[in-house]
Design a protein around this ligand. Structure first.
Ligand code: ACO
Length: 170
């Protein structure tokens, strides 16, 4: 597979692109981002696993092929184009509900900024770009779960605290 984008570029906010530092790009995840360190960026979040290129492509290709189905998975990255490296990443997936008259809800997941790049507003740009995608795709709300220490960050992005998260681990 050559360097294929997960979804169409017209969903990427031009305002967010304009606000990035020079030589940085915000765009859909691409199959070639394996070499640009996408999985290493996610390591600030949790254990990622040592994917072979084949294992990475298996998941990328699955998401790409199934994105027209029940949920739609938009993963985006910010790249440093001088170093040709991924420096930040995030996902919004769109859930199709019955309530709110077949309403759509955006769920933000796996927000990660490379440890050496934190504090430069890249996280904020990723969130604003994901909110833009959710709004453009017709979501009536966009929600996420986070730790208490990240609440001030999400408040700065425009979110307000609601409900509680529950989890069950298999
Ligand atoms: N507490 C208080 N304020 C914060 C925090 C924090 N923990 N993090 C960021 N902020 C503030 C910044 O000071 C900034 O405020 P300002 O506009 O007044 O200057 C504003 O929020 C925007 O901050 P960014 O520079 O965009 O933050 P950054 O690029 O570092 O991204 C992130 C924040 C995503 C939390 C990053 O630090 C990171 O990757 N952390 C490790 C992984 C993680 O916790 N990811 C989120 C998991 S939750 C989820 O995925 C749904």
């Amino acid at each position: 597979m050559s360097d294929i984008a997960l979804f169409d570029h017209n969903l990427i906010s031009p305002e967010v692109q304009a606000a990035l530092p020079p030589n940085h790009t915000i765009r859909a995840l691409r199959s070639g981002d394996y070499e640009r360190g996408f999985l290493q960026v996610l390591e600030v979040l949790t254990e990622v696993g040592n994917h072979t290129k084949e294992e990475w492509l298996e998941r990328f290709d699955y998401i790409k092929r199934h994105n027209h189905e029940c949920t739609y998975n938009f993963t985006i990255v910010i790249t440093d184009d001088v170093k040709d490296r991924v420096v930040a990443a995030g996902t919004v997936f769109v859930e199709r509900k019955f309530v709110h008259k077949n309403g759509l809800v955006g769920h933000i997941e796996d927000i990660a900024v490379d440890a050496s790049q934190q504090g430069k507003k890249l996280g904020l740009r990723i969130i604003h770009a994901l909110m833009h995608i959710g709004a453009k795709r017709g979501c009536y709300k966009v929600i996420l779960d986070c730790s208490a220490k990240n609440i001030p960050f999400y408040e700065k992005c425009g979110f307000t605290q609601k409900e509680y998260e529950m989890a069950w681990y298999v």
